[in-house]
Design a protein around this ligand. Sequence first.
Ligand code: AMP
Ligand code: MG
Length: 402
Amino acid sequence: MRTVDEHLADILGSVAVLPPLDLALLEAQGAVLAEPVSAPVPLPPFDNSAMDGYAVVAADIAAATETDPVALPVVGDIAAGDTGVSAIRPGLTARIMTGAPLPAGADAVIPVEWTDGGNATVLISRAAPPGHYIRRAGEDVSAGQVVVAAGTRLAAPQLGMIAAVGRSRVTVRPRPRVVVVATGDELREPGDPLAPGQIWESNAYMLTAAVVEAGGVGYRQATVEDEPGRVLEMLEDQLARADAIVTTGGVSMGTRDVVKEVLSGTGTVGFHKVRMRPGKPQGFGLLQGTPVFTLPGNPVSAYVSFQVFVRPALRAMQGLEPEPLPKVSAVLAEDVKSPPGLRHYLRAELSFSNGSHTVTAAESQGSHQLGSLASANALIELPEDVEAVPAGSHVEVMRLPS
Ligand code: AMP
Ligand code: MG
């Protein structure tokens, strides 16, 4: 028997950060930036107009009012994207569009709504101070500034920022490609009819989705029967393309625990009883350098094992802190009991009211009872030395991804 912490330490000591990869921007979505990205030029790169309107010398229109507008001759039109150099002299104005470069000599922009919109001459009916509706060069980002730090997962705003500083490619830690395979003669595909004694395969769907939630790319493979040759064949096929492999089923003490049978003594794979509930039978090791996680078959055991062991490992492979799911401290609404010597994960309902978190354990805690996991939003984590926790106590709670 080993503890949860010992098993996790073994795993984290074996997995390596994925080598960096140079990717086109949209291919890098969800990956973790492996270099700091900085701006080669200030943003905006030049002073420009924040409105559609007229570029003026503010002093020229200082006396403008609704009843006594100031008339200025319009000397030209400046559109966004105009590359020519333009200038105005005092007493003149140019029509200007949002994003167009401010002409030399102008120090304010008057929005078209404050004017009669004139073409040859414009009547301006409100005064404005110097700097009005001008976006200054560098007021967003200065030249040389790091705009996205290394170690940031790239979501839409970061991808926009990187494009805005002119980069079409970035160096990232790729999302780990994780192959997920269920094993078991009793398993049928959802959508297919069941014969007596059969059930629909659910773990590989659940774990493939959990891989994506942890930042990886999940590939659900066809279920493998409890036959040693088939299990080996599947592993050999998948090793070439996977950064990690997750199996479920076939690792406990039955006569058909074929994953354990096939992998015991292969590569560095070892099988252990881990002091936890649910999820006691665990296997982990490297096969030709690829991490292989053999999770138990009971659906809730498989899910909890994933969050406790696989998720931190996938984060480590992306160069991130191998953190568990985010935790909060919550007040227990009802008494709970816990098996001595085991880390206990209880499906629970976490709620927030009057400034504090309250948590209630689900009634059904069997490791086959997926129903109570599907309606839970959290896992209460009770340490090994705890046997009974009275209502009103503070407990640590992991929030499930939603
Ligand atoms: P095993 O670890 O293979 O002995 O499986 C333990 C229990 O989990 C058995 O009741 C299996 O039928 C069930 N089980 C195993 N794999 C899956 C799966 N992929 N989907 C749903 N139930 C499963
Ligand atoms: Mg099985």
